[in-house]
Write a protein of this length. Structure first.
Length: 262
């Protein structure tokens, strides 16, 4: 199955936008066309169980992204991943290094060894209890409250609500045997990622993700760590134009031979 996706723009550099676990490809509305207008071939997709992509079989998200690149005849790509999408990007870089030109990780999860905070454990416990009780609306609202930073306005919060609600609908309806397979990627594997990586954290994000970003940047051989003093967990929705400027500047600075997608 090919992931549901949009493409825009032309140019030597393919940029793939990977959404967070509470969103789908609509989270990139503020950056998608503008990056294409800046001279990039841009792809945004819904991973399985999000947006317009159903959960129809056991799957590995990183390999689904590889199959999408095959479908689009893109040899290599810069992967931009938000939260869960950032972890998928890291897994892709480990499993398919010859297809990876560079990475941008926005408040990303990662396969690093650390103990979850009490705040995060309490959140997941409450979310699980609500879902087991069948209260999908309350579970959705719980996610919006935690993951949207202080600069997320009413429209952004409404969009996150719609995207998270859709993800719950797809994932709760899927047979358990169709769930994602383990990637096999470990913390030690991150040291073998040789491409340039921009690691972005948000000063107002859940502390776990700030710590994950710092540890990820320390493990990667060619990483630059940037902390946004205004950002929560979803900077592309909280301040779309500033996130666009960050991405545009970084992509422009990548060397053409290292980042070209042929």
């Amino acid at each position: 199955m090919t992931l549901s996706h949009d493409t825009a723009g032309t140019g030597p550099q393919t940029v793939v936008l990977l959404h967070s676990g509470v969103c789908d490809r609509r989270m990139w509305d503020g950056q998608f066309q503008a990056l294409a207008d800046a001279g990039h071939r841009v792809v945004r997709c819904d991973l399985r169980g999000f947006g317009e992509t159903p959960v129809d079989a056991p799957h590995l998200h990183a390999d689904d992204v590889r199959d999408l690149l095959d479908h689009l005849n893109a040899e290599r790509a810069v992967l931009v991943g938000s939260s869960f999408g950032g972890e998928v990007a890291l897994e892709f870089a480990v499993r398919h290094p010859d297809r990876t030109a560079a990475l941008v990780l926005l408040c990303a999860a990662a396969p690093v060894e650390r103990e979850a905070s009490g705040e995060l454990r309490a959140f997941f416990g409450q979310e699980n209890a609500l879902l087991e009780a069948g209260d999908v609306e309350a579970a959705t609202a719980l996610n919006v409250a935690l993951w949207c930073g202080p600069d997320a306005g009413p429209e952004a919060r409404a969009l996150v609500h719609a995207m998270q609600r859709r993800a719950f609908e797809l994932q709760l309806a899927a047979p358990e045997e169709h769930g994602p397979r383990p990637s096999g990627v470990t913390q030690e594997d991150l040291g073998g990622i040789a491409v340039p990586v921009l690691v972005v954290t948000g000063a107002h994000d859940v502390p776990d993700f700030r710590a994950i970003g710092e540890k990820t940047a320390a493990l990667l051989p060619d990483a630059r760590l940037v902390t946004l003093d205004w950002a929560g967990h979803l900077p592309s929705l909280e301040r779309p134009e500033e996130t666009l400027a960050l991405l545009t500047d970084h992509l422009a600075g990548l060397s053409a031979p290292a980042a070209a997608a042929r």
